[in-house]
Design a binder for this molecule. Structure first.
Ligand code: BEZ
Length: 212
């Protein structure tokens, strides 16, 4: 069965550069980003892991843990981390799962045989505090991910959860947002959006970001 937005993120126990990880326990009560790398000692992945480590404080601020997976052994990962730290100028700040048996890659359908039948594509799974998958983003091996975009999606999801709003195209934190169309009760609207809103169309109601 394929994984979709709304599926419970499959649990697993797997070795990592920070010891054995039992995924659901490791996530605890926070959010997580599980993201795959096609292979160790590859250039794009090296830059991605450096960038994600540099942005770790931003993920921490949102109560989101980072976990990478690559279909090589933990021993290989440890040697690769030396290169990442040397070339990217940052300490590896989160665990990398070993996956030589492709257990996690298979569980999360990270191998796309038409692209490559042994290496993973660049999958990103955003998982919330209920272990529910909230977003799935997939890139080809040749395209490094934009971790600022991943933070932006997390901001949007967390804002939807707390304030009943959706975010428009190209939105970034602090900009106006959209009141979800299902919210219609005038009293509730007044209480939830004390700064008011602009009704461009009955289905398009713009309001300042409520938590700013
Ligand atoms: C890379 O990380 O640089 C890479 C990995 C697999 C295929 C192409 C690029």
């Amino acid at each position: 069965m394929g994984l979709h937005i709304g599926s419970i993120a499959p649990d697993f126990t797997q070795d990592s550069t920070a010891g054995t990880i039992q995924f659901h326990d490791w996530l605890g009560s926070g959010w997580g980003v599980l993201f795959s790398h096609p292979k160790d000692f590859t250039p794009v992945c090296t830059t991605e892991l450096g960038r994600a480590s540099k942005l770790k404080p931003e993920f921490d601020r949102r109560n989101v843990k980072l976990l990478a997976v690559s279909v090589d052994s933990v021993a290989d990962h440890q040697r690769w981390i030396g290169d990442i730290e040397e070339t990217q100028g940052v300490q590896q700040a989160f665990p990398i799962l070993g996956d030589p048996d492709r257990k996690v890659a298979s569980l999360y359908d990270m191998i796309h045989p038409e692209a490559n039948d042994t290496l993973t594509v660049r999958s990103v799974f955003l998982i919330d505090h209920n272990k529910k998958i909230r977003a799935i983003i997939t890139y080809p091996a040749s395209t490094g991910r934009n971790f600022t975009e991943i933070l932006r999606v997390i901001d949007s999801l967390q804002l939807t959860d707390t304030h009943s709003v959706a975010t428009p195209a190209d939105w970034t934190d602090g900009q106006d947002v959209i009141i979800v169309p299902s919210l219609k009760d005038p009293e509730v609207l007044k209480q939830k959006f004390p700064k008011g809103y602009t009704e461009v169309k009955p289905y398009l109601r713009i309001t300042p970001q409520p938590n700013k």
